[in-house]
Ligand binder design. Structure first.
Ligand SMILES: *Cc1c(COP(=O)(O)O)cnc(C)c1O
Length: 364
């Protein structure tokens, strides 16, 4: 049996008739920039997340960056980011000209460790950016408590966690604002790049709307030196169809993950925590670091494609060699050598899951 890591075609084929109709309408109307589709999606995604405002943007990195710009922080501000996230979270801080401060994850949950956040707080710290990595929520009670104690902003990176719930509340609704991405492979993915910012703050929402549109509220009047970071109307048309299926697709991901939890019995394969409310963008198991190549080759030889999220820790990236010391981030480094992501996409067949579990159980 051949099982790809992700079968985007199988997912998209279920909605393409509706998507084509919507895209045709955009073409028909010649309404390409900040039109009806973007407006509709913003309303739907705000409702979905349980916040007052959603502003569609061009991608997840810009969403993170523009929130930081909108907060107008002093240039020597420090921003706390987990040491084991996707590079975009860190790049947003660098892009905004602020100082990146990495905090190690909890070894078990692989999420930013609240106990270690406090150690890194200085009089320059202004923001904590928790990342709901793999579609599992960070410990938001602890993080919000720390943010209140030290008067810090919380900006959630919700790129992997559309629909994830922490103690009855959606991720993306906790901090001053939250960024997300609709990169094609995300839980809802566009047919190209797209992202969004969610917030309950009216003033910030208004400023962000201007920042993504050349810093302008009224045409040719520019209050800020803004950007062009608008969500594309055609991508919004795709997302308006897909958002209707998001809960169902998330349920399918959870079901697939639960299948692994109940069928994989191999002491050499370490499962992640089955966290309540998770939407499982990625399902990372772990094996001994010196066995990982063997494990992945074994899967590939049995027709199963697995991936690594992420193979190189931020502090080990060349791009950050001038400001970060890899030695200081041992947990991120260890995780980067242990994790292996298994297929969990919606519309996987039970035979496919059964087959993967058999292969996993036979790995010696
Ligand atoms: C995908 C992702 C981003 C970046 O989103 P893009 O739309 O690809 O720019 C940021 N943070 C995390 C955690 C992501 O997974």
């Amino acid at each position: 049996m051949n099982i790809p890591y992700y079968n985007l075609k199988r997912i998209n084929d279920t909605v393409n008739d509706e998507v084509e109709k919507r895209i045709k309408q955009v073409i028909e109307d010649c309404d390409f920039i900040l039109g009806k589709q973007v407006k509709e999606f913003e309303e739907e995604f705000a409702k979905f997340t349980g916040v007052k405002h959603c502003i569609g943007v061009d991608n997840g990195l810009d969403a993170l960056h523009i929130i930081l710009e909108a907060l107008d922080l002093p240039k020597d501000s420090e921003v706390i980011v987990p040491s084991n996230t996707f590079i975009a979270t860190a790049l947003a801080v660098s892009y905004a000209g602020l100082k990146l401060v990495l905090v190690e994850p909890d070894e078990e949950s692989m999420l930013i460790n609240p106990n270690r956040i406090e150690e890194k707080i200085t009089d320059k710290t202004r923001v904590i950016m928790p990342v709901h990595l793999y579609g599992t929520s960070c410990e938001m009670d602890d993080i919000m408590e720390i943010s209140e104690k030290y008067h810090l902003y919380v900006i959630e990176d919700n790129a992997q966690a559309h629909g994830c719930v922490y103690k009855g509340k959606m991720t993306g609704s906790f901090g001053i604002a939250s960024a997300t991405s609709f990169y094609p492979g995300k839980n809802i993915g566009a047919y190209g790049d797209a992202g969004a910012i969610t917030t309950d703050n009216d003033e910030l929402a208004m400023k962000i709307r201007m920042l993504i549109n050349y810093g302008s509220g009224e045409k040719y009047h520019h209050e800020y030196k803004g950007f062009n970071a608008r969500m594309d109307e055609i991508q919004a048309a795709v997302l308006n169809v897909k958002i209707k299926y998001l809960l169902d697709w998330n349920e399918q991901r959870k079901k697939n993950v639960n299948f692994y939890f109940s069928h994989v019995h191999n002491e050499k394969i370490r499962m992640p925590i089955n966290k309540e409310g998770a939407v499982w963008h990625i399902f990372p198991v772990r094996v001994d670091l010196d066995k990982r190549d063997d494990f992945m080759n074994y899967l590939e030889n049995n027709g199963i494609t697995s991936l690594i999220h992420y193979p190189i820790a931020i502090a080990e990236q060349k791009a950050y060699a001038d400001e970060l010391n890899p030695e200081d981030y041992q947990i991120a480094s260890l995780l980067s050598h242990q994790v292996v992501s298994l297929p969990i996409y919606p519309f996987m067949k039970t035979e496919e899951l059964q087959y993967i579990c058999n292969v996993l159980n036979n790995w010696k």
